[in-house]
Write a protein that binds this ligand. Structure first.
Ligand code: BTN
Length: 264
């Protein structure tokens, strides 16, 4: 039987002490709020941000009833199996540079995966891939004076519904064993604490690490950009973070795109 399609027993719920011990590893000023259930950690934390919550506030939910992905798609996180977390940042850099937080967050997740012995890649700009399957997604949203970095990671999912079986994966499927959801939280926050500081003058350093992990370089892709649908081969990531595409009509730098689809 295809392991990716097996239902498997539900993962154990995460207890409060495990969240607390993960939070104890956070560097300052990051600190944790835990919710048993909320609609979306991004929405809940945005509200707290509007009420003045400080830089470094991390909100994790055992269960999200209305988790959101990019382009308004629903994001399903299963209690005990997935990490659903949002992190409030008040960057000193201009708002125009905040979209770079997606790359910083993607790198933080990929570096956390390294800590667990998994080699992950960044599918520019928002997804984390292992092989060619998605293991995590990032949703960065800007508000007045702050940004919310939302991260969803498939950690202990034993399998996926048939329609996702070829495109989704989890850390458990890759490693063959379960790992601690709070330990992932500690690792991700630890790496993000470093990478989020590199969206300004430190961006070349951030970019070098992202380029090393770029899942798209050398691949033929199709994407929808502000300039319309583009097809071409990705040659890399430019110094401003744009995806560089060799098309039949010349080289294009794509700063924002909806879903990027591999053609090979
Ligand atoms: C995507 O791949 O489309 C992005 C998925 C982002 C999901 C996370 S889970 C925590 C946070 N809260 C949400 O509602 N979304 C993000």
């Amino acid at each position: 039987m295809n392991q990716r399609r097996m239902a498997g027993p539900p993962a154990d719920p995460v207890d409060a002490a495990s969240w607390e011990s993960a939070a104890a590893s956070f560097p300052g000023p990051f600190r944790l709020i835990v919710r048993d259930r909320c609609t979306s950690t991004n929405d809940e934390l945005r509200q707290l941000g509007e009420d003045g919550a400080p830089h470094g506030m991390v909100l994790v939910a055992h269960e999200q009833t209305g988790g959101r992905g990019r382009r308004g798609t629903p994001w399903h996180s299963v209690p005990g199996e997935s990490l659903a977390v949002s992190i409030l940042l008040r960057p000193a850099e201009p708002v125009a540079l905040w979209p770079r937080l997606s790359l910083a967050a993607g790198l933080a997740v990929a570096d956390a995966a390294d800590d667990f012995g998994i080699r992950a890649q960044i599918k520019w700009p928002n997804d984390i891939w292992i092989g060619r399957r998605k293991a995590a997604g990032i949703l960065v949203e800007a508000a007045a004076g702050f940004a919310i970095v939302g991260i969803g990671i498939n950690i202990n999912s034993p399998g996926f519904p048939e329609k996702l079986a070829d495109t989704a994966t989890s850390m458990k499927l890759e490693l063959g064993v379960e790992t601690s959801v709070p330990a992932w939280l500690g690792a991700v926050v630890g790496h993000l604490a470093v990478h989020h500081t590199r969206i300004g003058s430190g961006f070349p350093t951030l970019l070098d690490a992202v380029r090393d992990r770029c899942a798209l370089t050398g691949r033929r892709v199709v994407l929808d950009s502000a300039a319309g649908r583009l097809t071409g081969t990705v040659t890399g990531i430019a110094d401003d973070g744009a995806l560089v595409l060799d098309t039949d009509h010349g080289r294009r730098n794509v700063i924002q795109a909806s879903e990027v689809r591999l053609l090979d």
